[in-house]
Design a protein around this ligand. Structure first.
Ligand code: PLP
Length: 404
């Protein structure tokens, strides 16, 4: 990479669908990053819930470099050892009997929605194709996944979109009862709505969805792209609820920063994915799966998972202290290390204004919509880094308050 690359090059050469911050990070270690000028940042963003073991974790660097010296890519004309090993681990650690690999969350969901329809078609005929999803949900950016997603801004101007999809209200079973029927092949839900505002499902809601799916012989599809792989304090968030999905999608943290996605399914459903029905050149790529295997086996340990709950409490305590002084938040919510702080009435629509201020103070954070400041840090972030990061956040919030 030539040292002369600047932020202006983004506007000059890259498609205008993003608007990145001005600083260009060049190196990361754990929960700290450094930019081109050598300025240091604490990372509460975690690459949008991807870097679950921080930056350059030795287990991931080791797995990647070892595999990089052996075999990078084959395609699915052949199978490979890392993919076989990772699929076995995922099956042994979850409800699933079968795993399909791909390279992103959107692709995992595309596979899940196609499989749900194909399963409906195989077992009940063409009529069983309806999908019930939720307002504010987010499932990816392909045409099918933005259509199942419940945020109209992402489908605007891309029609005609696939049909047979309706959107109920999250955490409201009556709204699902009004939409589900015997032609429904799947109900699709995030156990913790991430992009929609960091809202965990209530236990009654997920249990009720399971019952409604069973009554109407529909599949329960859980999108755990953001909530999965340790983020909630368990390997997958569904494990907190005592509710088992038929299909689960995983991405982001499963690759710890290497592009990897997976769709997990029970045998009765996966058997519809016969040879030729679906595929991906990169799916199950040895490099990605070697890193994924290291990520899953490092994260799914009592040490890491129990630490998530401890860190959750620390985040909450710090945010409450900041809020007692500045009154900027209405509610602090989330599970494990997926935390949302909803802005109070006086600061409606201002969550995004915190990001550049925080960056100037040396902190990376996220938003989830206009009103929620979101944090999805490394699951192994240290107490010192949490304290320093929160001190920096407080400086940014003081400036926000000063501006209004
Ligand atoms: N599903 C959920 C719940 C997500 O949060 C995201 C991304 O934010 C996606 C799907 C899409 O994943 P990707 O961007 O890897 O395609």
């Amino acid at each position: 990479m030539p040292a002369s690359s600047t932020r202006d090059d983004f506007d000059k050469y890259m498609a205008p669908n993003y608007s990145p911050q001005q600083a260009i990070p060049v190196r990361g270690e754990g929960s700290r990053l450094w930019d081109q000028e050598g300025r240091e940042y604490i990372d509460f963003a975690g690459g949008i819930a991807v870097n679950a073991l921080g930056h350059c974790h030795p287990a991931l660097v080791g797995a990647l470099t070892e595999q990089a010296n052996k075999l990078w890519h084959l395609s699915n004309v052949y199978t490979n050892e890392p993919a076989l090993a990772l699929s076995r681990e995922l099956v042994e650690r979850t409800f699933a009997d079968k795993v399909f690999f791909c390279s992103s969350g959107g692709e995992a969901n595309e596979a899940a929605f196609k499989l749900a329809r194909r399963w409906g078609f195989d077992n009940f005929g063409e009529k069983k194709h309806k999908i019930v999803s939720f307002k504010q949900s987010f499932h990816g950016r392909t045409l099918f996944t933005v259509s199942v997603g419940g945020q109209p801004k992402y489908t605007e101007g891309f029609g005609p979109v696939p049909g047979g999809i309706s959107h109920a209200t999250f955490n409201d079973l009556d709204s699902v009862r009004a939409l589900i029927d015997d032609d429904t092949c799947a109900v699709v839900v995030e156990p913790i709505q991430g992009e929609g505002g960091v809202t965990p499902a209530t236990p009654e809601f997920l249990q009720g969805l399971r019952e409604l799916c069973d009554q109407h012989q529909a599949l329960l599809v859980m999108d755990e792209v953001q909530s999965g792989v340790g983020r909630s304090g368990k390997l997958y968030a569904y494990m907190h609820y005592g509710v088992t999905p038929d299909i689960l999608t995983s991405a982001k943290a499963i690759g710890g920063g290497f592009p990897l996605g997976a769709m997990l399914a029970s045998d009765r459903v996966a058997k519809s994915l016969v040879v030729g029905t679906h595929g991906s050149t990169y799916g199950g790529n040895p490099l990605a799966c070697a890193v994924g295997l290291a990520a899953v086996t490092t994260i799914d340990t009592p040490d890491v998972l129990e630490g998530v709950e401890r860190r959750h409490m620390l985040f909450r305590e710090h945010l409450e202290v900041i809020n007692r002084k500045h009154g900027v938040f209405k509610e602090i919510r989330g599970m494990g290390l997926l935390i949302g702080a909803e802005m109070s009435d006086d600061f409606q629509g201002k969550a995004r204004d915190i990001l550049p201020l925080a960056l100037e103070e040396g902190l990376m954070a996220l938003v989830a919509g206009p009103n929620v400041l979101r944090m999805a840090p490394s699951l192994v972030i240290s107490e010192v880094e949490i304290e320093e990061g929160m001190a920096r956040l407080e400086l940014a919030i003081e400036r926000l308050v000063g501006q209004s």
